[in-house]
Design a protein around this ligand. Structure first.
Ligand SMILES: CC(C)(COP(=O)(O)OP(=O)(O)OC[C@H]1O[C@@H](n2cnc3c(N)ncnc32)[C@H](O)[C@@H]1OP(=O)(O)O)[C@@H](O)C(=O)NCCC(=O)NCCS
Length: 181
């Protein structure tokens, strides 16, 4: 699904553009993932797992843009991608009412209201596609994500003990959250 570009005014008075990435922006998206993976321990991928190629990244972007159920919105600051989020809706009829989201930003763009604005946009899209609930997972200890999700109306529903192994060998729980749409 293609998300129509939208200009977003940030808390610091600057603007960014939310839009679906073009396949030609494959390198920008790879640079963004490398940025996030190196700056936070709380996304699934480690920096050494960022091994995408032009071919795989173009296919990844096209997969979202061509989908009727899934949507990807990137955050463009000038020519650079500084954030990204994905909406995925389950395909089977019995679980077609459930949308999932994943979101990340480069540190340079934290706490400017971008996370809140992305979740607002994704909630509208999910609702328009007939979904009645929004779901996500975060790693215990990620207080920024917890704050964002609580602010946006998500509530914790489950915890997977030791769901994530951190780079120092310790384990952290995964927290599952749900929001009614
Ligand atoms: C989690 C993340 C997406 C938050 O996005 P953001 O754009 O900074 O969030 P917002 O500016 O919209 O803030 C939303 C709310 O979250 C909470 N919050 C955000 N940062 C916080 C912090 N450092 N301390 C306490 N609360 C915080 C606040 O309630 C905030 O609302 P407020 O600014 O009106 O008080 C961002 O920090 C990020 O990309 N982190 C790295 C990747 C990641 O952890 N992704 C989530 C994986 S589950």
């Amino acid at each position: 699904m293609i998300y129509k570009p939208k200009k977003i005014l940030l808390r610091n008075g600057r603007t960014v553009i939310f839009k679906s990435p073009s396949p030609d922006d494959w390198q920008k998206l790879i640079d963004y993932v490398k940025c996030v993976a190196s700056e936070t321990p709380y996304i699934l991928r480690t920096p050494e797992e960022c091994k995408d190629t032009e071919e795989s990244e173009r296919a990844f972007i096209n997969g979202y843009n061509d989908s009727e159920l899934n949507c990807m919105i990137s955050v463009y600051d000038g020519d650079k991608i500084v954030g990204n989020c994905n909406l995925t809706i389950k395909n089977r009829i019995k679980v077609r009412h459930r949308a999932e989201l994943a979101i990340g930003l480069c540190k340079s763009h934290y706490r400017l209201g971008i996370g809140t604005a992305l979740i607002t946009e994704l909630s509208i899209i999910a609702r328009n596609l007939g979904c009645t609930q929004f779901e996500l997972i975060y790693v215990d200890g990620n207080y920024r994500a917890k704050g964002l999700y609580e602010k946006c109306g998500f509530a914790p529903v489950a915890r997977i003990p030791n769901g994530t192994k951190m780079s120092d060998g310790s384990f952290a729980d995964e927290i599952y959250m749900v929001k009614k749409l």
